[in-house]
Design a protein around this ligand. Sequence first.
Ligand code: PRP
Ligand code: URA
Length: 208
Amino acid sequence: MPVHEIRHPLIRHKLGLMRKAELSTKNFREMSQEIASLLTYEASKDLPLEHDTIEGWCGPVDVEKIAGKKVTVVPILRAGIGMLEGVLNLIPGAKVSAVGIARNEETLEAQPYLERLVGQLEQRLALIVDPMLATGGSMVATIDLLKKAGCRNVRALVLVAAPEGIAAVEEHHPDVHIYTASIDSHLDANGYIVPGLGDAGDRIFGTR
Ligand code: PRP
Ligand code: URA
């Protein structure tokens, strides 16, 4: 099954702290980025390498480097911005493709409002970042538009995933692997993840 719940002690600890309702915006933000880095480490474990020869201190040395076109990180605005820096800390050369999707809080439908994708997507791995995978509508819409633009290699990094969102991604895009810090219990009547983190965008931007 292409869903990876990364049960690393550092992730478990940081996520536990993030679940506290009274955590400051600063701490919530910092931990989102830190967990994003840890998820990036896992999601990049099988990136292809190629050989290179460089001039070392004692002469030529065979080394390895990541092969192919640079990765693109795809933050789903707005809350995905809260994980972007965490990915870029590990993959500083990555290109950023911004996608704006707002979830209609009445109908829970995903409404795309912005698309700024980098070029040559057919040659790049896309790492979508969004703290919350709830109904999956926003993630499925983002994968739809990336594939429409030619991207063939997509992975999703989310802090918390609901079983409903995982099922939606698996149904529409079974090739997309999901990396998450936690598979939570369920969605409540308003489409919020339980126990979840509350409104992640509000907590990252301090708008609650
Ligand atoms: C949140 C979250 C996801 C989406 C998840 O964003 O960051 O993008 O909801 O819900 P879904 O899986 O049911 O689509 P929101 O639309 O609240 O916007 P924001 O990032 O601007 O806060
Ligand atoms: N969006 C959020 O920010 N949190 C949820 O639990 C669901 C959607």
